[in-house]
Design a protein around this ligand. Structure first.
Ligand code: C2E
Ligand code: CA
Ligand code: CA
Length: 697
């Protein structure tokens, strides 16, 4: 009903335009109104129905749900809502009946299509439910509003576990994202929310999926899940599975840990340290410093005390270093006896202070398996700066500084300077060239050893030179340590033994029998091959064994005296002479050295000049004491580095057997040796006298 402009009530059919069928009946079940849609539905004309009793028109409704419900509405005046199957048309209707003053008004809507789809949906849902139950991962189905519509058994089981741990499980009806907010951190939650949002907006036809790995704390343990979400075909539902991948993630984490840490100490390894250095260089405004620690003489510790003690000591070193650094700093192990300390936000001066602190921390001896072992470290310090703004560069700078520290003696700290970079570059170049066959560029120079009493030439010392194509003739200090480190020195010496014995044999054939002295490195001495290498060289050249002298440094013998004694005895039995080289530079006791089966003692030139100073002060003939002690044991002595007439005088007075030095002759190529010897012989044979004469004495 509505009113026209004059205010009079106009009688208008209120439901004529409504798509639903509408009719009214009075309390005596007579139609009082039927709209057009209702007339169509009931297949009668409206005017034929109005005024008629419903049961008379449609006897089939008697006893149906319609009769029951209408009676109820007419009885208590409350509205009813129900579905009705209209058999003549074979369709389902939804009927809503409201009480009105005259009786009731009924609205009928054809819901046959909806009802079918709803049934199909229910069937599909039941099927989906069965599939869900069969799925091993915890799975939920979300409705279009993001609520949990269904969950499977695995999800329920997980929920029960959560409950045991005091967490609230997610149940059907709850918003999925609300539930997940309880289990995952904010970052993961945001990802999940975004993923689901995108999925909900995606075209159903596209195979839209979303997946994410997240961690969840369940009680004391951290679990990992892979969430995979997908739109359920042709509906706005989303199915989300949660596969437990904890074991896989743990395996991966263990692998990653192993790949980035050192087994022995549990410290970060080289690769991990490089990463950490890289991060430190990016952060803290590029202010970072790296300390490179090399434990002094650790090989000896390992060899003498055994690897178990060695390993324990390395663990303790790692521990002690870790105690010394600040929380943000890192201690790593490069392998063997080398450690790294990364100091963040730290400049060169502070880093050097840290180095001294670390050095100090070594002053207390280490205790392993009941043995107290004093250890020291050579420490290289490098701070980040121009030219050292990358991890590898900083590491190689620190390495170069540590190398310099080691070269200066044990227990030193050395701060990097750019000059070391050239040295490091050079060492690298040498290592590469040695590997690529630079051995062909090696030559041997020979320096005469002369008898002090007669001035006659007795032998020569073979000294290695490298004829470098660009840098010219290089002396051993430029390449020997690299050759030793890279393991090239043994093959080089093997070649040298062959070359020098062949040369000595050739000179003997030419009427100049000379004793050939060859330097042997400590590593070669401790390797089993030396005895065989010597035997092969003598055999191939035909040189008599007593014409070959092997020079071993004092330190290489002192490192492991018992082992050395056995080796030396074997060499002596084979007839060759063993000389102790550079005597006076180590700390070994003279008495102990001289007890070894050796033939010659070569007194280092540093001792000669020290002795010279002593002599100048009138303090006493140290040199003479050494020489006479050696002589009583049948050991001959050689004075090295005789550069001046005074040196020669002193050496003669001390009673040295042989002398070697620039005063008498410099090292020279093989081709010059014969000429030099001939010149001395032609001038009377006394090289000492000739040398002094040349000095104008
Ligand atoms: P070294 O065995 O003590 O050799 C003597 C060194 O002193 C040689 O230096 C020689 O040139 C130098 N020299 C000789 N007389 C004088 C002198 O009057 N004054 C001064 N200041 N120096 C003098 P070089 O040839 O540079 O060799 C240095 C070291 O390199 C050698 O010291 C030796 O330890 C090592 N070396 C040389 N050749 C070989 C080799 O073939 N094998 C091994 N393993 N080491 C070698
Ligand atoms: Ca020597
Ligand atoms: Ca020497």
């Amino acid at each position: 009903m509505h009113r026209d402009q004059s205010g009079r009530a106009a009688s208008v059919d209120p439901f004529s335009a409504v798509a639903d069928a509408v009719y009214r009946i009075d309390r005596r079940w007579r139609f009082t109104y039927v709209n057009a849609a209702a007339a169509r539905l009931l297949d009668r004309r409206a005017e034929d129905l109005v005024g008629q009793e419903a049961f008379a028109c449609f006897p089939e409704i008697a006893g149906t749900v319609i009769e029951d419900e209408y009676r109820a509405v007419l009885g208590d005046g409350r509205a009813r809502d129900f579905e009705y199957y209209h058999a003549p048309l074979g369709r389902w209707y939804e009927i809503r009946a409201f009480a009105d003053p005259g009786g009731l008004t009924a609205f009928l809507r054809d819901v046959d299509v909806q009802r079918h789809t709803a049934q199909q949906r229910a069937a599909a849902l039941a099927q989906l439910g069965a599939v869900l139950e069969a799925l091993p991962p915890a799975t939920v189905v979300l409705d279009g509003a993001g609520r949990i519509e269904m969950v499977n058994r695995a999800w329920t089981a997980n929920g029960e576990e959560l409950q045991r741990e005091g967490d609230r499980p997610a149940r059907a009806g709850e918003r999925y994202l609300d539930a997940m907010a309880r289990y995952v951190d904010r970052e993961h939650h945001e990802c999940i929310a975004a993923g689901l949002r995108e999925l909900a907006g995606a075209e159903v036809t596209t195979a839209a999926t979303f997946s994410l790995d997240y961690s969840q704390q369940i009680g004391p343990t951290e679990s990992w899940f892979r969430l995979q979400a997908a739109r359920v075909d042709a509906s706005d539902r989303i199915i989300v599975t949660h596969t437990d991948i904890t074991e896989r993630v743990r395996d991966q984490q263990a692998l990653a840990w192993q790949a980035s840490h050192d087994d022995l100490t549990g410290l970060p390894n080289r690769a991990r340290m490089l990463e950490l250095i890289g991060e430190a260089l990016v952060g803290s405004r590029g202010r970072a410093a790296l300390l490179f620690l090399d434990i002094d003489g650790f090989k000896t510790v390992n060899d003498s005390l055994g690897h178990e003690v060695g390993d324990e000591l390395l663990r303790q070193v790692g521990g002690r270093l870790t105690e010394q650094v600040r929380p943000g700093d890192a201690v790593g192990r490069l392998g063997a006896d080398q450690f790294l300390v990364l100091a963040r936000d730290c400049e060169a001066a502070e880093a050097a202070a840290l180095a001294f602190r670390l050095q100090n921390s070594f002053s207390r001896p280490f205790l392993a398996e009941g043995i107290s072992v004093p250890l020291s470290a050579s420490i290289g310090v490098a701070a980040a700066g121009p030219g050292a703004d990358r991890a590898h560069q900083l590491l190689s700078d620190a390495d170069a500084a540590a190398f310099a520290a080691k070269g200066a003696g044990r227990d030193r700290v050395h701060v990097f300077s750019p000059g070391l970079r050239d040295a490091a570059r050079w060492r690298l170049e040498v290592a590469n060239r040695l590997r690529d066959g630079a051995v062909d560029e090696f030559v041997v120079h020979y320096q005469p050893l002369v008898r002090v009493d007669t001035g006659e030439i007795e032998g020569v010392e073979a000294l290695l030179r490298w004829q470098h194509p660009e840098r010219g003739l290089l002396t051993p200090d430029a390449f020997l340590s690299v050759a030793e480190e890279t393991g090239q020195l043994i093959p080089i010496t093997r070649w040298l033994l062959g070359e020098t014995t062949r040369q000595a044999a050739e000179w003997a054939d030419q009427g100049l029998p000379l004793r050939m002295s060859v330097n042997i490195s400590a590593r070669h001495f401790s390797a089993e091959t030396l005895v065989r290498d010597v035997r092969v060289a003598l055999h191939d050249s035909g040189l008599a064994p007593e014409n070959l002298v092997l020079e071993l440094t004092e330190t290489s013998v002192a490192e492991d005296p018992t082992r050395a004694e056995d080796q030396l005895a074997i060499l002596q039995n084979s007839g060759v002479i063993v000389a102790i080289d550079d005597f006076g530079t180590g700390w070994s006791s003279l008495a102990q050295l001289l007890a070894l089966p050796i033939g010659t003692l070569k007194i280092d030139r540093s001792l000669l000049s020290a002795a010279a100073r002593l002599a100048a002060g009138g303090t006493g003939p140290v040199l003479a004491a050494i020489v006479s002690l050696a002589r009583t044991l049948g050991i001959r002595s050689v004075a090295e580095g005789v550069e001046t007439a005074e040196h020669l005088q002193m050496v003669r007075e001390a009673g040295c057997d042989l002398a070697q030095g620039y005063l008498l002759a410099r090292p020279m190529p093989a081709s010059d040796v014969l000429r030099w010897a001939t010149r001395i012989r032609d001038a009377g044979g006394d090289s000492c006298a000739l040398a002094l004469q040349a000095q104008g004495r």
